[in-house]
Design a binder for this molecule. Sequence first.
Ligand code: 5GP
Ligand code: MN
Length: 341
Amino acid sequence: MKNLFTKKQYDNLKRYLQSAKNAAIIIHTNPDGDAVGSAVALAYILKKLNVDSNIVVSNDFPKFLQWIDGSDKIMVYSKNKHEVRTAIKTADIIFCLDFNSLDRIEILEKIIRETTVPRILIDHHIDPANDFDLKFSYYPISSTSELVYRIGIKLLGTKILPENIAEALFCGMMTDSGAFSHSSSYPDFFKIIANLLDCGVEKDKITHLVYDNFTENRMKLLGYALSKMVVLHEYRAAYITLSREDLKKFDFQIGDTEGFVNYPLSIKGIVLSLLLVEKDDHIKMSLRSQGNFDVNEMARKHFHGGGHFNASGGKMLCKYEYCEPELEKIIKDYEKKLCSA
Ligand code: 5GP
Ligand code: MN
């Protein structure tokens, strides 16, 4: 398997770990399968190396990830501020997983910036910020879970992992690759998946737990969202907007809109899809593309965000009623790139 990181990086990590006892593992706001899966697995690896850890996050994660062993111990700032503050302040090492700039952890950014302990990044997004003492950053890869797997087997000196940890990593690699439909076109990805199956992962069980775990309301919200999708064939783009009122009608639960943004890309000819969801003080955006249209650039330039070439996120700060005309103006500016993508 190709080495993604240098001996010096591993030596530095080992040196940091030798003098550490309590780690804080931080994952991004609106955590997904990759964030939760990679964090739980890293906590196991650290434990094996005699480092205790707490996983912290600013807001809660979706119900369809609650089966992940150890996820019940994740400390959620919006539920228990004191517990999260203490976990961060008493840590002698901090791991940042599945995000590459501290603004992605929102409310926790300030608390982290007040700490002076080493900050280690493990992440697969483009252009990491200079907020870290040591970076394990590699963007042409499926997921942070895959990076944690690679780093973990190197540090532990074995490919044998307990079934529950293999399941968590499998979940991260599966969800971030859209159930193996993108970001996974290289043999090493499937060699790792094969090893996770050898460790006891039952593929169909995990697929069922993640993808067949929705409420009736979530399915109806999806139907509603698709019914109001706007398709701009002349720009090869489509978008869906959901207001707070829309969400309320379908008893929105965290995670319910996950995956919605992928559907418009199934329309023949569409290369750009956007989902806009009204939140309290902004509009949360998800961007997806096909082929060589760069949504990371679009999200950074126009939507205070970023992510990957074909999958990014961001926000609009205008009022909900102005987001559609504003968005269409921006899409029109990309006509040339969209039509040649
Ligand atoms: P999603 O649309 O599923 O929320 O996110 C797609 C990708 O973009 C993920 O890799 C996620 O980490 C990243 N992302 C989502 N929201 C933001 C954001 O506000 N800022 C940045 N920089 N990345 C984001
Ligand atoms: Mn990820």
